[in-house]
Design a protein around this ligand. Structure first.
Ligand code: CAA
Length: 295
């Protein structure tokens, strides 16, 4: 349950403004979560076109809530008014927390964190939404790695209650406390986990999703039957192949590959079909086709 105001943990830092870098599926969702909870938000993308696309995600998602009668047009306007979107990273200067949600590549993430170092205040918290990369390897791109933490949301971010907070061996305790407090203010339930590839949820989930792809690849059952078995037999909200389409096959592959390289457990060796589908541009919902086809 969402804690009441008096239960909300106190923060050492008074954070009112949150920056989000990368406005893809996850980044835009995180912006929405933060703005819904009353924070001022600065959303960053790399160029004007990507900024526009990111803003579009946000408008569509909140627009859907309005058309379903879950939000008034007035509230949508207020929410959108809290969000500034730009391709200028210097707009992050007065953010007390910055959440990075750029593509799952260590070189790109380290580059972003290196740049952030010169923009934000020394005590600002720098968080990464990485699904599987080492938070420690990202943190060492900065001058103050003790203020870097993993803050991992689940897709769709406005819906899923969980956030994984990843503490490295060098993350400062007050940083962890403040991120926990922010999670509560965002209406999320945090779990704390060490810096091991895949953290808790993806380490367990992706092994299962990978087995589903192998089953489909080997023509053991149809995609509909594999998905129906898990929805109707196990009470899951969606089947594994539909879920892979939601997560994005490229993201799923990147997570599996990182976990596999760390532990060499063949459960995580990415199914060859995943690679073929990615090469063919079948990334799931975001490209209109994955295991299924979308409008
Ligand atoms: N943004 C905002 N809200 C959304 C949304 C989105 N993208 N998608 C759905 N919703 C909201 C709907 O508005 C609706 O809200 P109300 O109940 O207030 O009306 C609610 O979610 C339910 O949506 P629907 O009725 O359209 O559909 P549903 O009941 O079938 O639920 C689902 C859709 C939420 C996606 C559900 O099927 C689900 O939870 N699936 C499992 C998703 C999952 O496992 N995610 C984790 C993936 S792993 C990951 O993300 C980590 C990683 O690093 C790879």
């Amino acid at each position: 349950a969402t804690p009441s105001v008096c239960e909300t943990p106190r923060m050492a830092r008074e954070i009112t403004k949150i920056g989000v870098i990368g406005l893809g599926t996850m980044g835009a969702g995180i912006v929405e979560v933060c703005a819904r909870s009353g924070f001022e938000v600065v959303g960053i993308e790399m160029n004007a076109e990507a900024v526009e696309r990111g803003r579009g995600h946000l408008e569509n998602s909140t627009g859907r809530a309005v058309s379903r009668g879950k939000m008034t047009e007035e509230d949508q306007k207020t929410l959108l008014g809290r969000v500034t979107t730009t391709d200028d990273m210097s707009a992050l200067a007065d953010c007390g927390l910055v959440i990075e949600a750029v593509p799952e590549r260590l070189d790109i993430k380290r580059d972003v964190f290196g740049k952030l170092d010169d923009i934000v205040a020394e005590d600002a918290i720098l968080a990464t939404n990485t699904s599987s990369l080492s938070v420690t390897d990202i943190a060492t791109a900065t001058r103050y790695p003790s203020r870097v933490v993993g803050f991992h949301f689940f897709n769709p971010a406005p819906v899923q209650k969980l956030v994984e907070i990843i503490a490295t061996v060098i993350t400062a305790p007050d940083v962890l406390d403040d991120v926990r407090a922010i999670a509560a203010r965002l209406g999320k339930e945090p779990v704390i986990v060490g810096d091991q590839a895949g953290f808790i949820a993806n380490r367990l989930l992706l092994a299962y999703l990978n087995r589903a792809v192998v089953m489909y690849e080997n023509k053991y059952a149809s995609r509909e039957d594999i998905d129906a078995a898990m929805v109707l037999g196990c009470g899951l909200p969606m089947g594994p192949l539909a879920l892979l389409d939601l997560i994005g096959l490229d993201v799923a592959y990147a997570v599996l590959d990182t976990i596999y390289k760390e532990g060499r457990d063949k459960l995580h060796a990415p199914a060859p079909m995943l690679k073929h589908m990615i090469s063919a541009g079948l990334l799931g919902r975001k490209t209109g086709r994955g295991f299924y086809t979308y409008e």
